[in-house]
Design a binder for this molecule. Structure first.
Ligand SMILES: NC(=O)c1ccc[n+]([C@@H]2O[C@H](COP(=O)([O-])OP(=O)(O)OC[C@H]3O[C@@H](n4cnc5c(N)ncnc54)[C@H](OP(=O)(O)O)[C@@H]3O)[C@@H](O)[C@H]2O)c1
Length: 245
């Protein structure tokens, strides 16, 4: 019996993680900020015959994360796989408000609190969630954390200005994870950052290269199924190769 938890999972990549992990036989905790979103999406997968549990979890709410940890401990006594998927970019943060979007994008309009907010959600929250679940991941025979990063977090391949806050938040996630990996090695927990590619979701848009199905399949086959303890701390591409920092 394997247990997985996916953050930000009622749509997009997170939802597809739940579906594919469920099909592989995992019992999956589908977490979302809003109760109705979690239940509605979980019901779709439950109707497909998968064992899915809708859970409310805002990744910046430490008390709520603590409650989820206690629930998982009582019900399953361990966690095998944590997918730190929840994230925002300038577009999803602004939800159509161009002025707000610009506060994350352009040099002229850059707003410090917007940058900090994105770092909080995309880089700090995954590490805090991991800290909360460390104890339960350590009880797994193969505890793994997959943090969803981005090629936009790669400093060496950046070739244009702008997009300050998202890019910085995903670069910060790489460094956060490097430190986390050393700390979690004591408990034999593997933690990596992955680039899922450009994916057709609300964030990626309709013209993106991959469907969610392709992206998650790549990541399960090339990363989840293959990583070992000596890979912990790495930034990996969807094909399993190391991504340039
Ligand atoms: N799509 C791409 O091309 C692409 C490329 C590289 C990396 N990524 C990364 O992949 C991950 C998934 O993105 P996606 O493309 O599937 O985008 P998406 O459809 O916008 O999904 C993002 C999910 O994160 C949730 N979320 C945001 N802030 C949250 C918070 N504070 N607490 C809990 N949940 C929160 C959202 O919930 P709400 O609707 O309630 O806000 C939503 O369910 C993100 O980390 C993203 O940065 C995506």
């Amino acid at each position: 019996m394997k247990i997985a938890l996916v953050t930000g999972a009622y749509k997009g990549l997170g939802f597809e993680w739940c579906r594919q992990l469920g099909k592989l036989g995992y019992k999956v905790l589908l977490t979302a900020r809003k109760t109705e979103n979690a239940i509605e999406s979980a019901n779709i997968l439950i109707a497909e015959g998968l064992e899915i549990y809708p859970i409310v979890m805002e990744v910046t709410d430490h008390a709520q994360i603590g409650e989820v940890v206690r629930w998982v401990e009582e019900k399953f006594g361990k966690l095998d796989l944590l997918i730190n998927n929840a994230g925002i970019n300038s577009g999803t943060r602004a939800r159509g408000n161009k002025e707000l979007q610009n506060k994350n994008l352009s040099l002229e309009s850059l707003e410090p609190n917007e940058v900090l907010n994105m770092i909080n959600i995309n880089a700090i929250a995954p590490i805090i969630v991991a800290r909360h679940f460390r104890y339960l991941l350590a009880k797994s025979e193969s505890g793994k954390i997959i943090n969803i990063g981005s090629w936009l977090g790669s400093i060496s391949i950046k070739k244009s200005g702008g997009n300050y806050s998202y890019a910085v938040s995903k670069s910060a996630l790489n460094m956060m994870n490097k430190a986390l990996a050393y700390d979690l090695a004591e408990d034999n927990i593997i933690s990596v950052v992955v680039n899922p590619g450009w994916v057709q979701t609300d964030m990626g848009g309709g013209k993106a290269q991959f469907t969610t199905e392709q992206s998650v399949l790549n990541l399960i086959e090339n990363v989840v199924n293959k990583i070992e303890l000596n890979d912990s701390g790495k930034f990996l591409n969807f094909d399993g190769t190391e991504h340039p920092w």
